[in-house]
Design a protein around this ligand. Structure first.
Ligand code: C5P
Length: 201
């Protein structure tokens, strides 16, 4: 069975949690495409040129530690605005999306560019304050000492760059179901996603 679930939206809206839960529930493979850009950004911070960094990515890069820091997130967002970098990463993501057995991909351009033919498209959002608070809690748990105001500024800077870029900007596909998780528990958000998928299976 070929079945793709595309989950897009701004940083810290809940895409990752929803994607993991949905993939486990339906037995689909999951690809967090942000990790690909983070791994590229990390190589660039270490001195590589962006396009060479994207082309040199190996599976081990995505499992490496240190990809979840605010510095790497900003580097990811900068390399993600370079059209040639995005092009170098398309084929891998498309193959993953249409692999046998079903796939969930989360990112910014899955429903619009990587897999416009996805069977289910969700655009997950939450208010800036809610997203900043959630990300701040995660960073506290990970031992990072960032203030909530700094987390908010980091998310807003990244969202603005991701939405304004010319190459595959972050936006909801016309046929995406919008899911605002500001006032939802994780369970409620996952249940809404599961219902949308079950409807189309
Ligand atoms: O989702 P995450 O916060 O890990 O993504 C890091 C950055 O990677 C985003 O801010 C965005 O610039 C970029 N990205 C992208 N397209 C995707 C996934 C992530 O441009 N499909």
């Amino acid at each position: 069975m070929i079945f793709t679930v595309a989950i897009d939206g701004p940083a810290a809206a809940g895409k990752g949690t929803i994607s993991r839960e949905v993939a486990a529930r339906f037995g689909f493979a999951h690809l967090d495409t942000g990790l690909i850009y983070r791994a590229t950004g990390r190589r660039v911070l270490a001195g590589e040129a962006p396009l060479e960094a994207a082309r040199a990515l190996e599976p081990g890069d995505l499992a490496a530690g240190g990809l979840r820091t605010p510095e790497v997130a900003q580097a990811a967002s900068r390399v993600a605005a370079i059209p040639e970098v995005r092009e170098a990463l398309v084929a891998f993501q498309r193959r993953f999306a249409r692999r046998e057995g079903g796939a969930v991909l989360d990112g910014r351009d899955i429903g619009t560019v990587i897999c416009p033919e996805a069977e289910v498209k969700l655009f997950v959002t939450a208010s800036d304050a809610v997203r900043a608070h959630r990300r701040w809690l995660e960073e506290q748990a990970a031992g990072l000492g960032t203030s909530e105001a700094d987390v908010l500024a980091e998310l807003q800077a990244r969202d603005a760059r991701d939405a304004a870029r010319a190459a595959a900007p972050m936006r909801a596909a016309d046929d995406a179901l919008q899911l605002d998780t500001s006032r939802m528990s994780i369970e409620e958000a996952v249940a809404a996603a599961v219902a949308a998928i079950s409807d189309r299976m």
